[in-house]
Ligand binder design. Structure first.
Ligand code: PMT
Length: 223
C-alpha cells in the first residue's frame, strides 16, 4: 500500500470538462476526459486523504472511497467548490473549466436561418481556483496549466497571478499526452522550486504529484 502521506487530510479536487449550454440541446465544451483528475482522486484516497471530487460530465467510475459531486457548468462547479471549501486543507484544480459561456441560454432550440453567419456572445466565467486561493484561511491550492506554447512561462505567470501554492503544467499540443490520453508529462512549479515529471501513465504521475503536494503542504504548515 502507498505510504499514508495524506492521512486524515481533507482534499477536494475538480476534474473533467464543463458544459456551457447554448440552448436546451447544445453546449460548448472541451476534450477533457477526467482521467488525470480521477487518477489524482484515487491516489489521494490511497494515501489516506478524505477526498471530495467535484466532477464535470465524464464516463469514468468513481474511485473507491471518494465522495463525488456531479456538476455541468463552470458556474455550478464554482458553487459546489465554494460551498465546502472552508472545510478543505488541500484543493487541486484539474478540471478543464470553460473560461467563457454563452451570455444567454436560448429557451428553445436555436433555429437555422437563411443567414450564413451566426454570432454567439460569450461572457467570462468565475475563476474557481483563483477564488479559492483568494479566500481567507485558504487551503493549500494547486492549479493546473494547459498550454500549447511557452509552458513554463505561462505556468509561472498563473502561479503568481492566481496566488497558487503549486502549479502542474502540461503541454496539451504534444502527441500522446494531455487531453483524453492515458499518459501525461508535467512541469511542476511552486514559489521556490521546480521539478519535471516525465511522460508516464496518469495513474503513476498522480502518485508522484501527490507526493510533491504532501511534502510542500506539510512544509508550509510547519513554517
Ligand atoms: O481530463 P483529461 O483528459 O485527463 O486531461 C487532463 C487535462 C489536460 C485536462 C489536465 O491535465 C489539465 O491541464 N487541466 C487544467 C485544464 C485547464 O483548464 O487549464 P487552464 O490553463 O485553462 O486553467 C488554469 C487553471 O485554472 C486550472 O487549474 C483550471 O482548473 C483553473 N480554472 C480555469 C478557469 C476557471 N474558470 N476556473 C478554474 O478554476
Amino acid at each position: 500500500a502507498p505510504s499514508q502521506l495524506l492521512a486524515g487530510v481533507k482534499l477536494m479536487l475538480t476534474a473533467g470538462p464543463t458544459r456551457e449550454a447554448l440552448d436546451p440541446v447544445r453546449f460548448i465544451s472541451n476534450h477533457s476526459s477526467g482521467k488525470m483528475g480521477y487518477a489524482l482522486a484515487a491516489a489521494a484516497q490511497q494515501m489516506g486523504a478524505e477526498v471530495t471530487l467535484v466532477s464535470g460530465p465524464v464516463a469514468l467510475a468513481t474511485p473507491n472511497g471518494v465522495t463525488r459531486i456531479n456538476v455541468e457548468s463552470a458556474t455550478q462547479m464554482h458553487a459546489a467548490v465554494m460551498q465546502d471549501i472552508k472545510h478543505q486543507q488541500i484543493f487541486i484544480a484539474c478540471a478543464a473549466v470553460a473560461d467563457y459561456s454563452p451570455k444567454q441560454i436560448a429557451e428553445h432550440k436555436i433555429k437555422k436561418t437563411s443567414q450564413d453567419a451566426l454570432v454567439i456572445e460569450l461572457t467570462k466565467n468565475p475563476d474557481i481556483v483563483a477564488d479559492v486561493a483568494a479566500g481567507t484561511n485558504k487551503p493549500f491550492t494547486v492549479g493546473f496549466a494547459a498550454e500549447t506554447q511557452g509552458v513554463a512561462h505561462y505556468a509561472q505567470d498563473k502561479l503568481k497571478r492566481k496566488k497558487l501554492d503549486m502549479i502542474a503544467a502540461n503541454n496539451v499540443a504534444a502527441q500522446n499526452q494531455g487531453f483524453n490520453s492515458d499518459h501525461n508529462a508535467l512541469s511542476v512549479f511552486w514559489p521556490n522550486g521546480h521539478t519535471e515529471l516525465p511522460l508516464a501513465e496518469k495513474t503513476t504521475l498522480a502518485t508522484h504529484l501527490l507526493t510533491l503536494i504532501a511534502e510542500q503542504y506539510h512544509d508550509t504548515n510547519r513554517a
